[in-house]
Write a protein that binds this ligand. Sequence first.
Ligand SMILES: [Zn+2]
Length: 179
Amino acid sequence: MLTPPQRNILPQVVDPRRLVNQGVILTGEINPDLCIRLAEAVVGISEPIMANLIFDTNEQGRKMVRGSASTTVLMTCQRCLEPVERPLAVEMALGIVWSEEQAKSLPREMDPWIVVDEVGDIAALVEDELLLVLPFVMYHPEGQCNTATSHSTDDELGGVAEENPFSILEQLKNSSSDN
Ligand SMILES: [Zn+2]
């Protein structure tokens, strides 16, 4: 088993079957410039897109990629229309297959990753997985919207706070007795 090189930015494309044979684990960042669909689906991508991809075989000898990916995106709050942060995290377990036809033979719990030839686009793979967990609509937590209507109640308070002449007399009496 080879020790994979530690990289910060992962390559866009790999030969996943070769990586399986080598038992490679890729850990690092996906270049956000390669994730146009995700970028266009949100207001912005505010944290690095981190991925941990383990290339190996399962008990049945099936070539797989397992792992996780995460980032944080900014979405539009549908209540106040201001940006709201949404962390995204996804676990994946995909069978590496050559075709749609072969994908159908995968166990039900396993998603296919169709890789024709030796070119597997891991940026697109991670982006696809993150798009799957992207919510349709997003809101700030209750009461935390930026246009929360907290109009000042100064007028009311002013009315209540008006000095009662009797309380002033009370204060005078108290202060004189203190002396
Ligand atoms: Zn809001």
